[in-house]
Design a protein around this ligand. Structure first.
Ligand code: SAM
Length: 175
């Protein structure tokens, strides 16, 4: 089970980027995203996409994210440019996840509370330059799955037929 904890969602500004966190988590092999701020607009748009495109991806909410991190039964990774380089640590993380089963990946938005840097097992950097939580999450999951996650089957009502030119979509139900 792979859970992404998305911290610091700002209701007025972050609807699109938090939706992208969810869609990226889903497409790249995570099972759920947990928010510390409830935003039904994000939940509804992710649910609509999951209904059509398949899979069991869930959006959930925690009232106390620090307790959520402390009580998480598995390996806890915080994505931050201040962490260890992903290429140096990804094998060790994968080995631990294969023993402990569950993986928590924390992605920030606005400034992450300093305590989070100590509540996790690993602070992991995708390069030590600042960029985006969506990019960091995608690259981390791609390295974790060694690129295989992009072949995952979702068994949705709609499926893309890959083409070099043009667009082809298979619709398996009335949508
Ligand atoms: N100072 C932040 C940091 O600690 O990475 C950058 C803030 S950035 C706007 C928001 C989120 O993107 C961060 O909380 C982190 O999860 C992710 N992020 C940005 N750059 C990253 C990097 N180089 N490596 C890993 N995660 C990164």
């Amino acid at each position: 089970m792979i859970t992404v904890l998305r911290l610091g969602h700002r209701f007025e500004r972050d609807k699109r980027i938090s939706t992208h966190i969810c869609l990226t988590a889903r497409a790249f092999g995570a099972d759920e995203v947990v928010f510390d701020v409830r935003d039904e607009r994000v939940e509804d748009s992710v649910k609509r996409i999951t209904d059509e495109w398949g899979g069991n991806f869930k959006v959930n909410f925690t009232e106390n994210y620090k307790d959520f991190i402390k009580n998480f039964d598995g390996v806890r990774v915080h994505l931050t440019m201040y962490g260890l380089q992903v290429n140096d640590i990804i094998r060790e993380i994968s080995d631990k996840v294969s023993k402990r089963k569950n993986l928590l990946i924390i992605a920030g938005g606005q400034k992450v509370d300093a305590e989070v840097y100590f509540l996790t097992d690993y602070n992991v950097a995708i390069g030590n330059q600042p960029h985006s939580e969506v990019a960091a999450l995608a690259v981390f999951l791609d390295k974790f799955f060694e690129g295989k996650e992009t072949q995952k089957k979702f068994n949705g009502k709609i499926e893309v037929i890959p083409k070099a030119q043009g667009k082809e979509v298979l619709k398996k139900a009335n949508i």
